[in-house]
Design a protein around this ligand. Structure first.
Ligand code: GLC
Ligand code: CA
Length: 558
């Protein structure tokens, strides 16, 4: 068993723009985060992942960086950032920073130089190509709608941007670019940070000749990606005791083992997207199709078993790019409380490092703004235009946005029920607060023992008390059951049984494996209930359980 602090940790993701505003300009900032460190400590998380806080024109809210070594004015100063790091360390928490190096901002001085002329020393920091017959160099599309190429008059060439046209892709083929990135990473590590979350890191290597998409060309898991990450590991990462998690688009468990395998010297873990694609229809992520529990179990079980002993899972069901998990996988109406706790139980009892996205711990939900004018996210705004042009109705498009839009996750953190804008700001928030803040807010959650917040605290504490939660081997029970998700976790003599009802109807669970049959009635009745989201009578035969809507139970068998 390969013990590591980052396997035993729980990570809390902060989207700074929406977390807490300290000066009334409507934008969350570093001093706002500093004012909430005791809150995070009380929740019990070990690591904070801070989404980008670097200088940026904010075309994509900080994922377009114009200076990697300075702090965005709106968020504060480098002194504020240092105070944040100290504040976290003083409380025994760690800090990981977002590393966005597939692309920079077009306002980064490298790009400002690069676009000046074909012989500029920075020209080759980016990916420039002449057009083909007056068209873009190839047929690649940007993740944010439209072509991935932008024509630039100054030199009569196109540059590649897999995201917005203000996010030109860096040319990783150029050793100077890699050197700049490694030096910058070292600079942050020497300031004392504890690791990186690496933005779309499996896009950095582009295939030779940039073949058309129609001919199978794309930049996912490109030919040199592992070589680059091993170089980065050798030059930078291996010199520090840190954690790294790569955001990797479209990867399989086999790919994940290449990126995060114990013997690979690349990353510690990756974020997979297979689960997030479970409700994408044939026409893409916006046009949701219903998901089934059998598929969800199949996906998670595959990742659990294939990575066992080879690599490490990161466990998440939402983040700043995804809708809220309680709205998507649970029930944000009459079963809000129990369904949010049921999902939390899943996330904190799988093998892997759990990631909590800000507001998840109080059950924040998706939002439905009436008109497109209230939305801010570039992906959402571009998609709206794209589908209007394709002839979709406004209603259809808004349904897509309600289900999948990234602003669902970006409405400001709901701190208080009785203050304007949920106590997030004294000014006008950059994105409106979810109107349900009077019911769902931190103040109320803290005061109520039965809240989702206190349940998260207990789950996090359990992780510290039972090694089996961290390191135990996962085994799925009853894969075909359409309503109940049940599994065991085993470490030596220690064993957990997790049973989750995923629906708003009662369910029955029967455990029929050979070993369950072989257990004595005393053994099954003496199972210790570790946590549950309803009151439970002691001494039940855990092989036969009647479950209430969204009921979750975790037993320790011995
Ligand atoms: C990642 C980020 C997302 C951003 C994109 C481009 O997917 O999580 O927020 O828009 O990369 O940087
Ligand atoms: Ca502010």
């Amino acid at each position: 068993m390969d013990k590591k602090w980052w396997k035993e940790s729980v990570v809390y993701q902060i989207y700074p723009r929406s977390f807490m505003d300290s000066n009334g300009d409507g934008v969350g900032d570093l001093r706002g985060i500093i004012s909430k460190l005791d809150y995070l400590k009380f929740l019990g998380v070990d690591v904070v992942w801070l989404c980008p806080v670097y200088e940026s024109p904010n075309d994509d809210n900080g994922y377009d960086i114009s200076n990697y070594q300075s702090i965005m004015d709106e968020f504060g100063t480098m002194e504020d950032w240092e105070e944040l790091l100290e504040g976290l360390h003083a409380r025994g928490m760690k800090l990981i920073m977002d590393l966005v190096v597939n692309h920079s901002s077009d306002e980064h001085h490298w790009f400002v130089e690069s676009r000046k002329s074909k012989d500029n020393p920075y020209r080759d920091y980016y990916i420039w190509r002449p057009g083909k017959d007056g068209q873009a160099p190839n047929d690649w599309g940007s993740f944010f709608s439209g072509s991935a190429w932008e024509y630039d008059e100054a030199s009569d060439e196109y540059y590649l941007h897999m995201f917005s046209k203000k996010q030109p892709d860096l040319n990783w083929e150029n050793p100077k670019v890699r050197r700049e990135v490694y030096d910058m990473m070292t600079w942050w590590l020497d300031k004392g940070i504890d690791g990186f979350r690496m933005d779309v890191i499996n896009l950095i290597s582009k295939p030779e000749g940039l073949p058309n998409h129609a001919d199978g060309g794309n930049c996912i898991n490109g030919p040199r990606v592992h070589e680059f990450l091993q170089e980065m590991n050798r030059e930078v990462l291996s010199k520090y005791d840190i954690m790294t998690v790569g955001e990797t688009v479209d990867v399989t468990p086999e790919d994940a083992i290449l990126f995060a395998g114990t013997d690979r010297n690349e990353l510690n873990m990756v974020f997979q997207f297979e689960l997030m694609g479970i409700d994408s229809g044939p026409d893409g992520k916006w046009w949701a199709k219903p998901w089934t529990l059998v598929d969800l179990k199949q996906i998670l079980s595959k990742w659990q078993t294939m990575l066992e002993g080879k690599a490490w899972n990161s466990i998440y069901m939402n983040n700043h790019d995804q809708p809220r998990l309680v709205s998507r996988f649970g029930n944000d109406r009459e079963y809000h409380n129990v369904s949010a706790k049921m999902l939390a139980t899943l996330l904190h009892t799988l093998q892997g490092t759990p990631y909590i996205y800000q507001g998840e711990e109080i059950g924040m939900t998706n939002v439905r703004f009436e008109t497109i004018d209230e939305y801010r996210d570039i992906e959402t705004l571009n998609m709206y235009q794209e589908y209007l042009e394709k002839g979709y109705s406004q209603e259809q498009i808004m349904e897509g946005i309600y289900a999948k839009g990234r602003d669902n996750a970006r409405t400001p953190m709901q701190w208080k029920g009785d203050s304007p804008h949920a106590g997030f700001t004294t000014g006008t928030p950059w994105l409106a607060v979810n109107p349900n803040y009077q019911e769902i807010n931190v103040e109320r959650a803290l005061a109520d023992d039965n809240s989702i917040f206190h349940y998260y605290r207990r789950l996090i504490q359990l992780r510290k008390q039972h090694e089996v939660i961290v390191y135990g081997r996962y085994e799925l029970l009853n894969p075909e059951d359409q309503q109940v998700y049940a599994y065991t976790r085993t470490l030596g003599e220690e064993r957990l049984l997790v049973v989750l009802n995923f629906y708003d109807k009662p369910a029955h669970f029967t455990w029929t494996t050979d070993e369950a049959v072989a257990m004595s009635i005393d053994e099954v009745k003496s199972a210790e209930l570790l946590i549950a989201n309803y009151d439970v009578t002691a001494g039940e035969d855990v092989r036969q359980l009647d479950l209430r809507p969204y009921e979750a139970r975790v037993y320790k068998l011995s």
